[in-house]
Write a protein that binds this ligand. Structure first.
Ligand SMILES: [Mg+2]
Length: 404
């Protein structure tokens, strides 16, 4: 006997030139509910994929068949195992379907993922400034610094000038871990092929300043943005090791997993990778090769919340913790917090206080419950947020709608 299940009736994409990298996806179902997804980079390409591929398949389909839809949409055109615009589109669609699913059951997303594994999850602050990665389309640039003293947190400027004072300020707000990338500015000198002793001396200064000011009370993550060759990444790691950082993130590009594994074996400090990797098949190889210590992914690029959950479970089988990425937008942060509260092997959740205090709040009606260095669950259905009316009605917000 056929079950009476809701069907997918609309798929909408929204964009705003104020955020040139981001696109939002909203999916409606026949029971009158909506779910929200988000992704970033190449939004025009993602938009085309969502309307020409995803909508063509999804409209009129059973809204409850989440796994089947992921599988079918991954088969559209080609089966991907790398990050791509198609996979970002699929990620945003999957997120919207899961938000919708949880809202239908009128429970928070973490409940349909399997419930809470903890009462709160520790956060770390990525020391980005307000505008880092926000105002320009295209890939991140090493020079993507735009000092705006009128904004509450210019943590990126601060880590390069007085990292000790920044660490002290974070601690006074209950934040006990921070991520910085002081070596990025030397990459362009050699296209990441070599780093000199004097640049290493200068680049390690923020780490020494943090230890001098706050001792070992602060955990410090080293972001390397996959911009160095293997020998240079190893040199950078050796130079920071005396200050005992928490992890090295994306030390080398993720196109050769053997090189990443060699980096990991070269240092006693944890290796974290990688937001640049997508799908369970790519992560499978990284896990089999023991290429990293800590598994990081971005939910809005990796294949959505369902793929992130699968990869988290795979990581658990290797006794490997997960650390979900934030930096795309408020919706992705919401999904990450839900998974960090749910997954038994979640270690820590990335947040950016400069974003939470400013532009994230211009887009959605509420943010995850972050207080004194931790994220706490709330009782709101789904991901607990919707797009603000003021954002949707902004004269520059554009939308494209596919419906049955
Ligand atoms: Mg990163």
């Amino acid at each position: 006997m056929a079950r009476n299940t809701p069907t997918i009736t609309s798929i909408e994409t929204l964009r705003n030139p104020e955020y040139p990298r981001i696109i939002w996806v909203r999916i409606g179902s026949s029971d009158g509910l909506f779910g929200l997804g988000e992704t970033s980079f190449e939004p025009a390409t993602v938009e085309t994929w969502v309307h020409e591929n995803a909508a063509t398949y999804l409209l009129g389909k059973d809204a409850t068949r989440l796994d089947q839809h992921w599988d079918k949409l991954n088969g559209y055109g080609a089966r991907h195992r790398a990050r791509s615009s198609d996979m970002s589109g699929l990620s945003a669609v999957d997120m919207a379907l899961w938000d919708l699913h949880a809202r239908r059951h009128n429970v928070p997303l973490y409940e349909v993922l399997g419930g809470l594994s903890r009462d709160r999850i520790r956060i770390y602050n990525t020391c980005a400034g307000y505008s880092y990665g926000v105002k320009r389309a295209g890939r991140l640039s090493t020079g993507d610094v735009d000092y705006r003293p009128e904004q509450p947190y210019e943590d990126q400027q601060a880590f390069m000038t007085d990292a000790g004072a920044l660490a002290d300020d974070l601690l006074s707000n209950g934040i006990t871990a921070m991520k910085i990338w002081p070596f990025d500015k030397y990459v362009d000198k050699t296209n990441g092929q070599f780093i000199s002793m004097s640049d290493l001396d200068e680049g390690t200064e923020p780490f020494r300043k943090i230890r001098e000011k706050v001792g070992n009370r602060m955990d410090v993550m080293v972001e390397m943005h996959s911009m160095w060759n293997l020998p240079s990444a190893v040199r950078v790691a050796k130079s920071v090791e005396p200050t005992e950082p928490f992890w090295f993130e994306d030390p080398v590009p993720m196109d050769n997993i053997d090189a990443l594994a060699e980096f990991r074996r070269s240092t006693p400090i944890a290796t974290t990778a990688s937001e640049t990797v997508a799908t369970r098949w790519a992560f499978r190889e990284m896990m089999v090769k023991q290429a990293m210590t800590i598994c990081m992914f971005d939910i809005s690029w990796v294949g959505g919340i369902s793929e992130a959950k699968r990869i988290s479970t795979m990581a658990e089988a290797y006794r490997m913790p997960i650390a979900p990425h934030d930096c795309v937008g408020p919706v992705t942060l919401a999904f990450s917090c839900q998974l960090s509260l749910n997954a038994p092997n979640a270690l820590i959740q990335e947040t950016v206080r400069a974003y939470n205090a400013t532009w994230y709040m211009d887009i959605v009606n509420r943010l995850p419950n972050i207080e004194s260095g931790f994220v706490y669950p709330d009782d709101e259905p789904g991901i607990g947020m919707t797009l603000l009316d003021s954002f949707e009605k902004d004269e520059n917000t554009t939308n494209r709608l596919s419906e049955v």
